[in-house]
Ligand binder design. Sequence first.
Ligand code: ADP
Ligand code: MG
Length: 687
Amino acid sequence: MTVPITTLQGIGERVAEQLARLKIETVEDMLFHLPLRYEDRTQIKPLTQLKVGDNVLIEGTIQATEVKITRKRSLVCMLTEGAGNVMLRFFHFYPSLREKLKPGIRLRCFGEVRQGYHCLELVHPQYECIDYSNSTALLEEHLTPIYPSTSHLNQSLFHSLIAQIFEKQEIIDYFPDTIRNQFNLLPLIEALHTLHHPSPSVSLKALQAGKHPAHRRLAFEELLAHHLSLYALRARNRNRNAPCLINDGQLTQALVTQLPFKLTTAQQKVTAEIAADLRTEHPMQRLLQGDVGSGKTIVAAISALQAIESGYQVAVMAPTELLSEQHKRTFSQWLEPLQIELTWLTSSLTKKKREQAIEKLASGQASLAIGTHALFQKGVEFAKLGLVIVDEQHRFGVHQRLALRNKGNQDGSYPHQLIMTATPIPRTLAMTTYADLETSIIDELPPGRTPVTTVIIPNTRRDEIVARINHVCQNEGRQAYWVCTLIKESEILQFQAAEETAEQLRKALPDLQIGLVHGRIKSKEKEEVMEKFKTKQLDLLVATTVIEVGVDVPNASLMIIENAERLGLAQLHQLRGRVGRGALQSYCVLLYQPPLSQIAQSRLATIRDTHDGFAIAKRDLDIRGPGEVLGTRQKGVLNLKVADLQRDKDLLDDIVAAGKILFEDYPEQCKLLVRRWAKEGLHYGEV
Ligand code: ADP
Ligand code: MG
């Protein structure tokens, strides 16, 4: 099955290149390159039975042909057969076409039926003239598959390749009979036959919707393969060594007693789950999910102390510099009283500072490292790394996760990993992309929070909002965020927009202290601005979406988000999570550029009416599908050929059950399945 596609007939270099663009390189790739849709050319539809929207094969005799000039010039033919008739219309035609399609000619046409001005029409149908002597021109025996293609390849090539494969190649079904029977799945060959050569009796509707048992069989196999690849990864992990972090927990105790609040029950529960993992001799791989503001950071700090008390180092990695700076501040505040040395490492450090930080990590002088990706770049070595904490995980994929783990490998001992996210992972992704992780969930917010009141307001009422900011900051002593989002996906424009907005607001609000942060501002300056905002020297912070994750300033109670309709729901929820961190009532204003489409309206209403991140993520998933929600941001997300995580999610329970059986009883088939569908999954096993 890994036979190169070029061994089939009819493939020259150019064609091979085009196929490669469609990711078709082997015979197997071609087999799983499924049709986009199907056409029914197996029977001729009587003209009296045509329905608008149908794609039909018809036959008839031309009654009249003329060039009409209404709004646009077109050639029209009236085609009749028995009591029925239909108009054929061509907008682009050579004069010779009028000659060719003259009255009395018999035609066979294929096209979509539309409602014309006078009667039903086929616009630019495919047609062929039929000779009376040859009136039994052959009909197709199967529905005609139409394959996804490039503009240089025509459909007949795919038909020929598939025919050759069915004729000459062996197609192996890796599912043992027991699995097929238990889960009621079609044999592979039958499924492939149905999809590539469907017989006219197959429901076109089910085929087009991807709901036919043939699709289901393939989707099942594909999702199962991805699941198995991670399952294998998890199993391998259990054979790896990690430091046992066992101690009396004095440091943890000291931290907890010094906190100004009491841990919530949920925080205590997840802290215990993590602590138990850290005590084992295998590397923890745990995902900590908790809504925005649920208090994940303190859980991370407690876990860090467990490692530090055992004499190991901990690395805390954040997705943005801004967030890493904040963590630096938070952790210093908690850990410095305990005499724990902390160092900060990002790519924006000066050479000298960077060298100092690296030295402290290599010598083991610093027990805790906080930073961005820079923590794991070349030249950074840890003396004794025991735990890696990754915050806001949705920005890191499986590959990065593994690279991180390998980086910490010392003499066959791997660090534990804790991955924290506020973006709930839908179950579909959880079991395919994250099946290698255990999960802990913080399912309650700290007490005393008042839900943020959210309003949706058109940009035309900007002045009112500006007045409101003035009131909130001047009279109530609170602080506010103004978030600029980009009009286009251009970073430069985004910076400019933020700078201009800050300028305008400074003019409009002369009595307020206004700061600005965006990705182009130097790290040191950014840190100063954030520090000033935190210590209330600034009233209003104008920012790009860099503040999306994690920033924590409880006194800020008003947030304005510009062009809110352009952001994803999860992102809006994250942003809004920057306010409502204290007990006082907070507000979030979603400014939009009118007019607002129906969908945009309903999305913004979802944010306004819902405060639960999990519910919002679910709604986002319904609207956009899982690929969009996590995919665009995340490398290493599945590249599915057949399955659709939304459409096929009802298969998941069976897939988990089948995965268990295959994994335990059919190791050889597992490998083959992973190789067939999740090639990159193979590497997971090796690293
Ligand atoms: P997130 O889960 O979004 O990362 P943080 O860890 O930033 O949330 O916590 C949000 C805020 O809640 C912080 O100011 C933190 O100090 C505070 N906090 C955390 N746990 C509790 C608790 N149990 N009771 C009260 N406040 C808490
Ligand atoms: Mg956080």
